[in-house]
Design a protein around this ligand. Structure first.
Ligand code: DHB
Ligand code: FE
Length: 282
């Protein structure tokens, strides 16, 4: 059986790719954000996952508003990152873990999550940047299974449904017939709103409470409706559903508990409250 070691959650912002490209990670604007990552890289270098299952939201690169799956699972041999119009260089393709993709798809359909399977899937900054932040030297040592959750076009899946999905994915990983080591990755949030009257909205108090809840009461955020989450975190802050899916995937392990490896919270990068957190399954 596969070994699920824990998870990492991080914000994603296209401008991060620009900062990496320009090599300005140590400049005062960027340093407090990039400083969150070395302890997490150290942990990954110790635990050495072979595979990462990535909960993320596409922003219009692979799925546009005309065809918007609520949940889509990649089942491709590789996932190409291509230009999505932010003026940042494309990053290297991610290698797929096909056997786990189909195992997850089969397990989810069996549990009545009627996911879309994608044998071709472009991945945007939400998938490409977290890998680059965790493995800056490139040539990623992990294969991936991307799982896309719609946070772009209403109606969005409820937080409780996302939690249930994450839990089912965790169970599928745990009973995957493989000797490989797997980590779960979440990409999105925390609070931000990019447009409309509340553009620039950030809610530090809620973000910190949410991060804390992942340690103390993982289902805390499921009490909120999607509209309440948008009200509290912004129209794009609702991407924090990815963090919830990641945490839910870790409720299925041997002890079903987690230990915090490291976390960081910094306001703002671009319009976003940025955060990163690594949790080890114990
Ligand atoms: C920004 C944040 C996002 O989550 C995103 O997908 C694009 C841009 C931003 O703050 O600039
Ligand atoms: Fe986003």
């Amino acid at each position: 059986m596969a070994n699920l070691i824990g998870g990492v959650a991080t914000s994603h912002i296209p401008a991060i790719g620009g900062a990496i490209h320009k090599g300005i990670q140590q400049e005062p604007y960027w340093k407090p954000f990039f400083d969150g990552f070395p302890p997490i890289r150290d942990w990954l270098n110790t635990r050495k996952p072979d595979v990462m299952v990535i909960f993320y939201n596409d922003h219009g690169l692979n799925f546009f508003l005309d065809k918007m799956p609520t949940f889509a699972v990649g089942a491709a041999p590789q996932y190409v990152n291509s230009d999505e119009g932010w003026g940042i260089p494309s990053l290297e393709p991610l290698r797929g873990e096909l056997d786990l993709s189909w195992h997850i798809i089969n397990s989810l359909i069996e549990k009545e999550f009627d996911v879309v399977s994608c044998q071709e899937m472009l991945v945007d900054h939400a998938c490409s940047l977290p890998l680059k932040l965790l493995y800056p030297e490139g040539n990623y040592p992990v294969t991936v299974v991307p799982i896309c959750i719609n946070t772009v076009q209403f109606p969005l899946p409820k937080a409780s449904r996302v939690f249930a999905l994450g839990k089912a994915v965790g169970q599928a990983i745990a009973d995957w017939d493989s000797s490989k080591t797997v980590a779960v990755l979440a990409s999105g949030g925390l609070s931000h709103q990019l447009d409309g009257e509340r553009a620039g909205f950030i809610n530090k108090e809620f973000d910190l409470q949410f991060m804390d809840s992942l340690l103390t009461n993982p289902e805390w955020a499921t009490q909120f409706s999607i509209h309440e989450l948008v009200e509290k975190t912004g129209t794009q802050g609702v991407e924090l559903l990815m963090w919830l899916a990641m945490r839910a995937a870790l409720t299925t392990g041997a002890g079903a508990g987690v230990r915090k490896v490291h976390s960081n919270y910094h306001i703002p990068i671009s319009n976003t409250a940025t955060a990163v957190m690594a949790l080890e399954a114990v």
